[in-house]
Design a binder for this molecule. Structure first.
Ligand code: FES
Length: 183
């Protein structure tokens, strides 16, 4: 009888142990960073995969990253504002140029208090619903309270690929020109 009890006890113990292992594995899966975040916080995107005028939200170090290839009309709008801007930089300088194409790549968190602004395809701009802040199609600030345009993550270009998390010369130039702050 006691042998049987011993056996039952061991079997139950093993079962409980397996359950605990399973729970630990599930918890670890939850804690694990996304695959894109694993490589020391670098995320590589191939810009040739993005369609004109379509906003895609990627993730980098837990932050949403807006990526959009500019249409001809968007570029014309941005250029048309250049003469009237008093910000010390041109809107178009916020964009990343690869070959003949221009891309918006920015952190999708409002520079006011951190809400996620929504893109409005009909007006080709961004609205932050929290306090009504607005951004242009290049994600420069259009209407307060945001104090500045959406920040640009550190990036390095390698052909059509962009590596988020590395600081290449184009990004350093943006920092030096006050187009973005370090995030
Ligand atoms: S958090 Fe966006 S306007 Fe306040």
């Amino acid at each position: 009888m006691s042998d049987r009890r011993d056996f039952m006890g061991k079997a139950l113990g093993a079962f409980a142990g397996l359950g605990a292992l399973g729970a630990l594995y599930a918890a670890k899966k939850t804690w694990d960073p996304l695959p894109s975040v694993k490589a020391a916080g670098f995320t590589t995107l191939d810009l040739k995969d993005y369609k004109e005028g379509e906003l895609v939200t990627e993730m980098w170090r837990g932050k949403p990253i807006f990526v959009m290839k500019m249409t001809k009309k968007m570029l014309e709008k941005a250029k048309a504002r250049e003469d009237s801007t008093a910000k010390g930089h041109k809107d178009i300088e916020r964009l990343i140029k690869v070959g003949n194409d221009y891309y918006l790549v920015c952190v999708g968190l409002c520079t006011h208090l951190g809400c996620i602004p929504g893109y409005r395809p009909e007006t080709q701009d961004f609205l932050c619903a929290c306090h009504g802040g607005q951004y242009t199609e290049t994600a420069d600030v259009k209407k307060a309270p945001p104090p500045r345009g959406l920040d640009i993550p550190p990036f390095k270009l390698n052909g059509t690929k962009i590596i988020l998390g590395e600081e290449g010369p184009e990004y350093k130039k943006m920092l030096a020109n006050g187009i973005t702050q370090r995030v």
